[in-house]
Design a protein around this ligand. Sequence first.
Ligand code: 13P
Length: 348
Amino acid sequence: MTESLQDIAQAMVAPGKGLLAADESSGTIKKRFDTIDVESTEGNRRDYREMLFRTSPEMSDHISGVILFDETIRQKAADGTPLTQIIRDAGAIPGIKVDLGAKDLPRSSGEKVTEGLDGLRDRLAEYYDLGARFAKWRAVIDIGREGNRSVPSPYCIKTNTHALARYAALCQEAGIVPIVEPEVLMDGDHDATRCYQVTQATLKSLYAELYEQRVALEGTILKPNMIVSGKLCPTQASPEEVAEKTLKCFAHTVPAAVPGIVFLSGGQSDMDATIHLNAINQLKNTSTAYPWALSFSYGRALQTAPLHAWRGTSANVPAGQKAFAHRARMNGLAATGSWSADIEKQNA
Ligand code: 13P
């Protein structure tokens, strides 16, 4: 039976569940492994990801889907079971990153545009056969530092959102739910108000492009940044301010037909990513003005703890799974606004 795009999208944001982003490219996973002094071999990458996917029962309880990289969707576990089967056995949906990375945007001052549209129709058909039922495409929007406030340019926003919509339309044609991810980076010295302005402009442009390119919003998921202060900003917005600004921004830009919004962690600490998601859902619970499910699609905020507990040693697999289980549980609670610092401590 073919599931509708809407059914898949809704399953991805089922209450108390979110996505595990385990789609680090070869370059990024090497950087992550460098932090624990483990060589990035195909076997080590497989063992690490198999450890995460076999974390029971938290994979079933709190992870609705896993975003994979091209290598992983084709890989088998040590016992020969395809990793996609392990994910499905845990009740989660396999997904696939299909963009080919952010490249220099020509004639810009260091901005990026995401590539990967050529040949995408054929790649999506193959990924569908390999079991993927949703996909991810990440666009990167930088906010210029002091002295370079003209970044992002309207040109950068427009080219990236146009590409996101072309990708989304192709996904839906292939029976795959597109996660549209326009990431406004938190690397700069900007304050949360500037993050709000840039995110608002980006989301306005994104939804205009999705409309023009006939994308059915019911069968999409948005993966945005939260509205936070830049890492180098001397004043950091409080969790309440992050929640208030984030929901206000979405209320002005994201149509109610979108079933769910799953945040990236984007360099926030594990705890900040959980605290902010919880504050956002607590505020959502006070009003009917916010119709979408609001959950997580974290990479680093779910994986940093298990990666460091594992350290490339099979004897550490139970410790790695315990660390992953804990963060999955805490973010599952935050996805309904029922996390607290006491629960965090008790369950650690
Ligand atoms: P982070 O949560 O580490 O930002 O990764 C999420 C992701 O998939 C970025 O594309």
